[in-house]
Write a protein that binds this ligand. Structure first.
Ligand code: MRU
Length: 347
């Protein structure tokens, strides 16, 4: 089995996009191949690939596939035709701004292109991919440097190698912090309903011999009350201009608990996750997913017949509850609108 740090959720091989089917982890390591944009959008929506940076990178490669098909269809008119494909990708999931950011990066390249678009677009997609890995490594070091003494941490969902180009955001800090002797133990929320913590975060940690203990989300308050952790460390799907943070449903509750118990709260995300066009968290679109995901587990119904379910995939943590936002550009302590603007200047 591959080492989780080197495992690639996203690969470009033989002129095709390959995605590790994260729905099958940790039991099976299966790569699916994609040669068209519609199936790439479906893969994002259906959680074959997930995690904000990974969704953006996947969309970038999706644009390469779309351009190939549209150029073959009409070398004169492909730029007009591809707009529908960009829309299809943009409609796959609404919350992670990395998706829209990556589509915009690709659109800018499209504007200046002449002739066969594939080489230039592939180069851009690969750049987005490799920049994300570099950003994760940088954030890992910066985040780990904030931790003053060896401690245990709690994380939520999966913000690891699987959710990014590689290495991870929150789990990048864990990787760097564990190597430096600052993080001794990881508590991972199992993260209903998709179980990203149980299936993905625990898998990444076990691969690297980083001690990991799973818990149901409801155990977090008790864990903090017992003084077992110093930090909560999470990723993000979108950070508003004022520093409000959208992340996996349940993150907001952890932030409230952390503040009450004197536990620090760190958000780790690349600048491609920061949306300066969104003033505050209230305006971040929150994905609502199917009730079936809550009413069942691994395809088995678990709820009383006739019950309904509410399934928001993300929530918003107000910036006042965040102690640090770590990006590849800077570490923003006690973030606010002014500090976020300074960090994002000239991007
Ligand atoms: O629904 P998911 O699995 O795509 O949600 C992912 C998260 O909430 C992650 O914490 C976030 O995207 C950051 S990934 C580096």
């Amino acid at each position: 089995m591959p080492h989780a740090d080197t495992v690639q959720a996203i690969r470009w091989e033989n002129k095709q996009l390959q995605l590790l089917d994260q729905r099958l982890l940790p039991h099976k390591t299966v790569y699916l191949e994609f040669d068209g944009v519609v199936v790439v959008a479906e893969a994002i929506r259906d959680m074959v690939v997930r995690g904000a940076p990974a969704i953006g990178i996947t969309a970038a490669y999706g644009v390469v596939l779309a351009a190939r098909a549209r150029f073959a269809e009409s070398s004169a008119n492909w730029k007009a035709l591809i707009e529908a494909d960009l829309q299809t990708l943009a409609q796959s999931r609404p919350t992670a701004v990395n998706l829209f950011w990556a589509i915009e990066c690709m659109r800018e390249v499209i504007t200046g292109l002449q002739g066969d678009p594939e080489p230039a677009l592939l180069a851009e997609a690969k750049k987005i991919h490799s920049n994300d890995i570099a950003a994760c490594r940088c954030m890992g070091e910066r985040g780990a440097a904030l931790i003053e003494q060896p401690c245990a941490i709690l994380t939520h969902c999966n913000a690891g190698a699987l959710a990014t180009g590689g290495y991870g955001t929150a789990l990048g800090v864990v990787r760097a912090g564990f190597s430096a002797g600052k993080i001794t133990h990881v508590y991972a929320d199992e993260t209903r309903p998709w179980m990203q913590g149980a299936r993905l975060t625990a898998w990444e940690m076990v691969q690297e011999n980083i001690p990991v203990t799973l818990q149901v989300e409801g155990a977090a308050a008790h864990l903090m009350q017992q003084g077992k952790i110093d930090w909560v460390i999470v990723g993000s799907d979108r950070i508003a201009a004022n520093g409000d943070v959208a992340n996996k449903i349940g993150t907001y509750g952890l932030a409230i608990l952390a503040r009450y118990h004197g536990v620090k709260f760190m958000v780790v995300a690349p600048t491609s996750t920061v949306d300066m066009n969104i003033v505050c968290g209230e305006d971040i679109p929150i994905e609502q997913r199917s009730a079936d995901e809550v009413l069942s587990l691994a395809g088995q119904s678990t709820a009383a017949a006739g019950a309904t379910a509410w399934n928001p995939a993300f929530d918003v943590t107000p910036v006042a509850l965040v102690d640090a936002i770590v990006t590849e550009r800077d570490v923003v302590l006690a973030p606010n609108k002014e500090k976020m603007a300074a960090m994002m200047e000239n991007i």
